[in-house]
Design a protein around this ligand. Sequence first.
Ligand code: KMH
Ligand code: ZN
Length: 276
Amino acid sequence: MDPLIITCAPVGAEVMPEQTPYLPVTPAALGETAAAIRAAGASIVHVHCRNDDGTNTHAVARFAQAYDAIRERSDLIVQFSTGGAIGMTAQQRSGPLELRPEMATLTCGSVNFGDEIFENPFPLMRDLARRMSDVGVRPELEIFDKGHLANARRLAREGALELPQHVDFVLGVPGGLEATVANLCDLVADLPTGCTWSVAGIGRAQLPMAMAAVAMGGHVRVGLEDNIYYSKGRLARNEELVERVARIARDAGRDVAEPDQARRMLRLPAVTESRL
Ligand code: KMH
Ligand code: ZN
């Protein structure tokens, strides 16, 4: 099997600082987290930004500070969120792409998201995909439901999206596809040819989904964006979540990818050519 690519999503948009003291809210905290998760075995960091008070922001200036802080402390592949927080406008969500991170997320369809709706209509998906292509940012396709794979194929048929890409299955969002091994197998069987994949299980599904991906030859996303607990009632630090998956992979005989290995596996430009 290929080495395991571990993505860490350390902050997200939904968890609030009142819920855990370990949320990296400021750019400096994101820089520190980047160093810690890199040492623990991560090769990609999925970035959302907050204001100092913990509220969400997609301001380009804040992403620029976060990007610099992460780069100062690590050689991780930097992946910006274009999902942002519920209610952000298309313009807000796409703004930070002008900073040309190595990767950015492209959610491939709308989905119920708790009591709200994470809106991703086709015009928005086309626009985000084209902007990414224009500025040379590699999309990671976020799949919250089975139909999102069909949407990705439709975008490709229209010429808005190149396939294959790296795909992240986000399973267990209330309103999206449930986090079961059967659902994961079904999604993997339906992947467009040549796509690589990872899985992000939400809440207590994070660990079992990660273990399934380790066994199946896929890749893994962990982090406080998706789950704030290490075990029942015990809050996690991001690096602990990464470290545990790396340990499980090694115990199962699977190497853990360094960022440069991950770049090669994902066909991203090498470090020397990229925007380090
Ligand atoms: N915060 C969610 C509404 C992404 O980063 O691309 C969307 C999200 C997906 O987190
Ligand atoms: Zn996210």
